[in-house]
Design a protein around this ligand. Structure first.
Ligand SMILES: [Zn+2]
Length: 295
C-alpha cells in the first residue's frame, strides 16, 4: 500500500500516555481464559465491531475475566515504528475523510468526520469503558473510532494477517460504521432489533457488519482512483484477512465445528463477497445488505 507523503488528519486524539495500561478492571468475575482466546476475540471484534465481552462469551461459553499480566502493551516498543504507525493511522484517516467528504457532497450532504482515539489499555467512551480487549471499535454515542495499536501485532501473530492495507481496512471498516451512523442506519437497526427475537436480531447485525465491509471497499475504490494507494496483492491480503476470521473459520478453530444459528457477523465467504462488492463498484448503493435475500 502506498500512503507515505499523503495528507495526515488532525482528527486523531492520542490518549496513550493517559495510563490505564493493562491489568485491573477487566470484565470481572467468572473463569479466566487464555491469551489465545483473547487474541481471537480481539481480532474478531475488530472486524465485527461488537463488544469484546460478547465475543469472549461466544468463544468461551461463559463469563470471563482477563489475565492480569499479559494485557499490557509492550513498554519497550521502540519509538520509531510507533511513530510510523501513528503517521500511518493519521494518513489513512485523512484518506477516509477525503473520500467520504466527496461522496457525501455528491449527494448534497456534508460529512462530519469521526475522531479517532489512540489508547493504551483502557479508556472512557460514551459507550462505556473501552479496553484493549475490545479491539478497534466505533462508538456511535460520541462518534469516535477507538484503536489500541497493539492490536495490529495480534493480527500478525495470531492470524498471520500482515500488510498495511489490511491494517488500513481495520480503520476503513470502523469508519464504515460511522457512515452507517450518519445515514441513520444504526438507529434503525437498533430499534428494529429491540422488536425481534435473538436470532432475527443476529441476522440484522450480520447485515450491518457486512455493509461496513462493503463501505470499506467503497473507500478503497475511491482512494485508489484518487491516490493510487493499492499495490499488487493488497486486496488479496484484505480478503485473506476476512477469510481467516469469518465466524465459520473462528468457530471451527475454537470448537472444531460450526453452528450457523449463532453467527452474528457473517461467514468468511460473505465478508469476502461484500468487500469485493464495494471495492469493485465504488458505489454506496451496491452495499445494500439489508435488501438482498441471500447474503
Ligand atoms: Zn464492525
Amino acid at each position: 500500500m502506498k500512503w507515505e507523503g499523503n495528507r495526515e488528519s488532525d482528527n486523531v486524539e492520542d490518549r496513550r500516555s493517559d495510563g490505564g495500561g493493562g491489568g485491573g478492571g477487566g470484565f470481572g468475575g467468572g473463569r479466566s481464559i487464555g491469551l489465545g482466546t483473547i487474541a481471537i476475540a480481539l481480532v474478531a471484534s475488530y472486524f465485527f465491531g461488537i463488544s469484546p465481552t460478547t465475543v469472549l462469551s461466544l468463544l468461551s461459553g461463559g463469563p470471563v475475566s482477563q489475565p492480569q499480566s499479559q494485557q499490557a502493551p509492550n513498554p519497550n516498543r521502540s519509538a520509531q515504528p510507533e511513530d510510523r504507525q501513528t503517521k500511518f493511522v493519521r494518513t489513512v484517516l485523512a484518506d477516509t475523510e477525503d473520500v467520504w467528504t466527496q461522496i457525501f457532497r455528491a449527494n448534497g450532504k456534508t460529512y462530519p468526520p469521526p475522531k479517532l482515539v489512540l489508547f493504551s489499555g483502557a479508556t472512557q467512551t460514551a459507550c462505556g469503558t473501552g479496553q484493549t480487549a475490545s479491539g478497534p471499535f466505533y462508538c456511535p454515542g460520541d462518534r469516535k473510532v477507538y484503536i489500541d495499536l497493539s492490536f495490529y501485532q495480534l493480527m500478525q501473530q495470531r492470524f498471520h494477517v500482515s500488510g498495511e492495507f489490511a491494517q488500513a481496512y481495520v480503520i476503513a471498516h470502523e469508519v464504515g460504521h460511522h457512515v452507517q451512523n450518519l445515514m441513520g442506519i444504526m438507529d434503525k437497526v437498533n430499534s428494529a432489533e429491540r422488536q425481534m427475537s435473538k436470532a432475527q436480531a443476529n441476522a440484522m447485525s450480520v447485515r450491518l457488519e457486512l455493509q461496513a465491509d462493503c463501505l470499506a471497499g467503497v473507500w478503497a475504490f475511491h482512494a485508489n482512483q484518487a491516490r493510487s494507494i493499492l499495490e499488487q496483492g493488497d486486496v488479496e491480503g484484505a480478503l485473506n484477512a476476512a477469510t481467516a476470521i469469518g465466524d465459520d473459520a473462528l468457530q471451527k478453530q475454537e470448537q472444531g465445528y460450526v453452528v450457523p444459528d449463532s453467527f452474528t457477523h457473517g461467514t468468511s465467504a460473505q465478508r469476502v463477497h461484500w468487500f469485493k462488492q464495494g471495492v469493485s463498484s465504488g458505489e454506496v448503493k451496491s452495499c445494500n445488505t439489508f435488501e438482498v435475500k441471500a447474503l
